[in-house]
Write a protein that binds this ligand. Structure first.
Ligand code: SF4
Length: 304
């Protein structure tokens, strides 16, 4: 159901806003009560509704983990793929049909650990995908082991005496590898999260939003109170997202002050815009295969 006409964020185009209910999946989330992932799901439904993107224009792709069940709860095309492979599959979807809005979703273990190589290379290629990472600093689905973003000293089932590993900094990793939109949010701050999601989706290039999304069951170090006491917003501190050096400096801060907001947004040609094969003739998914019907049926039969 359409409810209003609004100007699209970041452009002069006018879009027809949709009802949030259009994006409610047929299956209800099975996350623990209080899990931060609920806030991320609600925010993405709202962001897509406000942008006027229709469910059939969107594909969500995930790997494995609590948050990777996301595509099942969101009404759009969706793929629940292999552990750590969300970005690899999302890249394939985008190259097959670059007119689709492709959103990869998942957790810190899936994306920064098992899928760390894809994270690096998707940023480097600047392919036009939005990547939303529900970062809870732990492996939740496997009942509480340290993840790549767990802090030093964190006690879990796999680190009973405290983690001795230096955590990854996903923001500086994305910036150094060439991402052109890098943001951080908190799942309990829906207003900021919806705004960042809308900006990320309309941004041309690889956009990362690392979202603090507390695991209330297995991570009692980084809970809602931990973040509420420390979070300050970049937009309240005069940060300029075109300033690469300032983005790195702010992203490195972790202590009494932890920033959320848009750290970096710059322009650089996307992979799709630079690829001559995609330049003419529209999305590859709509082009003739150049083989006979009989040949295509034989291939399909072999693959089924
Ligand atoms: Fe969320 Fe943690 Fe429960 Fe998984 S185990 S659903 S991450 S609260």
């Amino acid at each position: 159901m359409t409810v209003a006409t609004v100007p699209e964020v970041g452009s002069t185009r006018t879009v027809v806003k949709l009802d949030v209910k259009e994006f409610k999946g047929k299956v209800d989330p099975d996350w623990c009560p209080g899990c931060g992932d609920f806030g991320v799901l609600n925010a993405l439904q709202k962001a897509c509704a406000e942008l006027g993107r229709r469910p059939h224009e969107i594909v969500t792709v995930s790997g494995i983990g609590c948050s990777s069940n996301f595509p099942g709860f969101f009404n759009a095309y969706g793929m629940h793929t292999l552990h750590g492979r969300a970005l690899a599959v999302a890249c394939g979807v985008k190259l097959a049909n670059h007119e689709l809005t492709v959103i990869a979703t998942g957790g810190d273990g899936d994306g920064y650990g098992i899928g760390g190589n894809h994270f690096t290379h998707t940023a480097r290629r600047n392919i036009d995908i939005t990547y939303i990472v529900m970062d809870n600093q732990i492996y939740g689905l496997t009942t509480g082991q340290i993840s790549p973003s767990s802090r030093v000293g964190m006690k879990t089932k796999s680190t009973p005496f405290g983690s001795v590993e230096t955590p990854i900094n996903p923001l500086t990793s994305a910036i150094m590898n060439g991402a052109t939109f890098v943001a951080r949010a908190f799942s309990a701050d829906g207003k900021q999260l919806v705004d960042l999601m809308k900006r990320a989706i309309v941004h041309k290039g690889f956009a990362l939003i690392d979202v603090f999304s507390p695991c209330v069951t297995f991570n009692h170090d980084n809970d809602y109170a931990f973040f509420k006491q420390r979070i300050k917003k970049l937009e309240d501190n005069g940060h300029d997202p075109s300033d690469w050096k300032a983005a790195c400096e702010k992203a490195l801060m972790w202590g009494d002050t932890i920033y959320t907001g848009l750290f970096l947004q710059i322009e650089r040609p996307t992979l799709e815009a630079s690829e001559p094969v995609l330049e003419q003739g529209g999305p590859m998914a709509h082009r003739p295969l150049g083989i006979s019907e009989e040949q295509s049926q034989r291939i399909i039969k072999r693959m089924m």
